[in-house]
Write a protein that binds this ligand. Structure first.
Ligand code: ATP
Length: 428
């Protein structure tokens, strides 16, 4: 292993308050004689000069005991937030110069996979650092940076991560890596699209073999969901296109029928999402638009099945089902004559479903725009109290009358409170 020190990169890319927190950790670890490292994504990002505030630290020993010693040593500025006993990990926070610095502390651990796609079993806690890095996904994510005083800034790179990073290649760490955990394929897609890195030839071959094997019965849907979310939330057409073209969709469901013109659809999806971003309240939901686009041609039973597999929330599932339903009845919108018909078509749909609909029905853009830019926010001024004051008896007629008033407003036939009252009088 080459002797590399990342002093310059560390000093440049780590914010001051995080540096101070790391200095406290370093001192405490030295006193206990514990080897301590920054590890994984943050080391990768230091090297490529990218800011990353997810600070993962690993100690070659017991991270919970280490966190407790930090608590004793720095009670005024340190707080132990939570611990996970079976993995011996801890989430902690330092209060430095009025800022909260969150750190994830883990104990080095050796893991094994008793069966393909299953959850790993912890074999040893506090193992040698090498055992901890060999369980990771790609060489670029397997590097550690020493935080002990006598070797501070030293890069520990057992698996050629530094060179792979410079060359922009993604390499898994052993032949069985994808079989053990196929979600690494989606992670690979994410890193590849995000950084422009390419999987090495052997990694590509092993990925294809894993996807062909179809042995995903034990694969935990929540983990697939988590990775899918991160990949599609990049909002990159390439991600959806490769998800289909490289058959990665098999991890979700082998029966997703691949869309013929996926490159074009993926391109339209990215473009439409960017164009309508001001309507999307939660950017964390972008992935649902991609998934919805893929599934909009499926039958509802299939969508329900996939939603169950991925442990989607009720709301996430309804975005997908609603998108499918809108696409299925697109003829209604196509034939709509009045503004109110457009309103009725979209009124119960969430924005993510509407965008899926638009991606699949580009020629109906005018009507979608009419709804989003005008109709969706139309409200009427009167309510049930006005109707009671006007002598109407509460009952089912109320909602009928209010709906008629709304219809007239949306169609532009009336524009004021007074005109609404006049209209209600006709029902009296
Ligand atoms: P991002 O920049 O997208 O957050 P990250 O590399 O920091 O990416 P995390 O999901 O935060 O990713 O994971 C932290 C580290 O844990 C990774 O860098 C990697 O070393 C390891 N890791 C995460 N998921 C896996 C996995 N499925 N298999 C093996 N190692 C993993």
């Amino acid at each position: 292993m080459k002797n590399r020190f990342l002093r310059e990169e560390f000093e440049k890319n780590i914010p001051g308050e995080i540096k101070k927190a790391l200095a406290f950790c370093s001192k405490a670890a030295d006193e206990l004689g514990l080897p301590i490292f920054l590890i994984g994504g943050i080391v990768r990002d230091i090297i490529i000069n990218k800011k990353n505030f997810d600070v993962d630290i690993t100690v070659q020993g017991n991270a919970i005991e280490f966190a407790q010693s930090l608590q004793n040593k720095y009670p005024e500025i340190f707080k132990l937030k939570e611990t996970h006993d079976s993995f011996k990990t801890a989430k902690v926070v330092f209060n430095i110069d009025g800022k909260c610095v969150d750190l994830d502390l883990a104990s080095t651990r050796k893991e094994s996979y008793p069966y393909p796609s299953g959850l790993p079993v912890v074999e040893k806690i506090g193992c040698e650092l090498y055992e901890d890095v060999i369980r990771r996904d790609f060489s670029i994510n397997s590097m550690a940076l020493s935080l002990n005083k006598d070797s501070f800034y030293r890069l520990v790179d057992y698996l050629n991560g530094y060179d792979d990073l410079q060359e922009g290649v993604l390499e898994i760490l052993h032949e069985k890596s994808f079989i053990d955990d196929p979600t690494r394929i989606i992670r690979g897609l994410k890193f590849s699209v995000r950084f422009g890195y390419k999987p090495g030839e052997k990694t590509q071959k092993l990925m294809r073999e894993c996807l062909e094997s179809g042995q995903f019965d034990n694969l935990a849907g929540e983990r697939v969901k988590l990775e899918l979310k991160q990949a599609f939330n990049l909002n990159r057409a390439e991600c959806l296109a490769r998800f289909i073209n490289e058959k990665i969709y098999r991890l979700v469901d082998t029966g997703i029928s691949a869309l013929e013109n996926i490159d074009e659809i993926a391109f339209d999806a990215q473009k439409t999402i960017s164009e309508y971003s001001k309507f999307i309240q939660n950017n964390d939901n972008i992935w649902l638009i991609y998934l919805g686009t893929l599934l909009s041609g499926c039958i509802p039973e299939k969508i329900n099945h996939i939603a169950q597999k991925l442990y989607l929330s009720g709301n996430e599932k309804s975005v997908l089902l609603y998108a499918q339903a809108l696409c299925e009845k697109q003829g209604f919108l196509r034939n709509s004559k009045s503004r109110f018909e457009v309103y009725e078509f979209f009124e119960k749909a969430q924005i993510e479903s509407i965008i899926v609909f638009l991606i699949k029905n580009k020629d109906l853009k005018d009507k979608v725009d009419l709804f989003l830019n005008g109709l969706k926010d139309i409200k009427i001024s009167i309510d049930g109290n006005n109707l009671i004051q006007m002598g109407l008896k509460p009952g089912p007629l109320f909602s009928e009358v209010l709906r008629e008033v709304l219809k007239a407003r949306v169609n532009g036939e009336i524009t004021s409170y007074e005109q609404e009252i006049e209209l209600v009088k006709k029902f009296n």
